[in-house]
Design a protein around this ligand. Sequence first.
Ligand code: PEP
Length: 248
Amino acid sequence: MKKKLIAGNWKMNGGLASNEALLNGLLAGLQQAPACDVALAVPAPYFAQVSAKVAGSAIALAAQDVSAHASGAYTGETSSVMLQDFGVRYALVGHSERRQYHGESDGVVAEKARQALAAGITPVVCVGETLQEREAGQTEAVVKRQLAAVIHVNGHCISEIVVAYEPVWAIGTGRTATPEQAQQVHAVLRAQLAAASAHADRIRIVYGGSMNAANAAELLAQPDIDGGLVGGASLKAEDFLKIIAAAR
Ligand code: PEP
């Protein structure tokens, strides 16, 4: 059976001192190996700090984004090979905040996934509908379109990705999808992966959107929910540890 994945997304939060304290709390709570895989997507300036701190622990380093290009005149961007230098294991691609505030298209997200895979980094491909799209009955069509772009560009590598279903209306809002709503979409994504890969059952599909210490167990108990992508609750060691403990 595949291990679940609990990935924290610190977003643009943190600082040298507060990271140190948060990581100390997490490492103290993870002295016994967790039943799931654990990752932290941290701001790029802290890769060196976090990578040194989590070395030898159960925590893997993740990036919040990666460039769609290999190298060159792309000011401000970070290539997958640069991530590799810091031992980055996963990279979020297509987070809704990147799609919304940076205009990332499905095509750009697919290229980012391709760059990550080429460097041996697992892309965590984020898909999800807005509230307006859900209310218009477009949820399935939207997530399938977003995932199809990645499958189209990355064909045979598709079994190496993680998919994160993150309904935009649930991110940072305190409004969580019910376990049934989330499972329904995860089943749609699983079927889409199965049509593209013989190894779909080993691809992890994680849920993100106001997952917290109180609702994690019920979400993680759904048959097609293979973990969580956790924003706000990953900034508090105690809460994040509870979510990790719920993932078995
Ligand atoms: C996220 O940023 O991916 C996320 C799910 O955030 P939150 O848990 O705060 O909703």
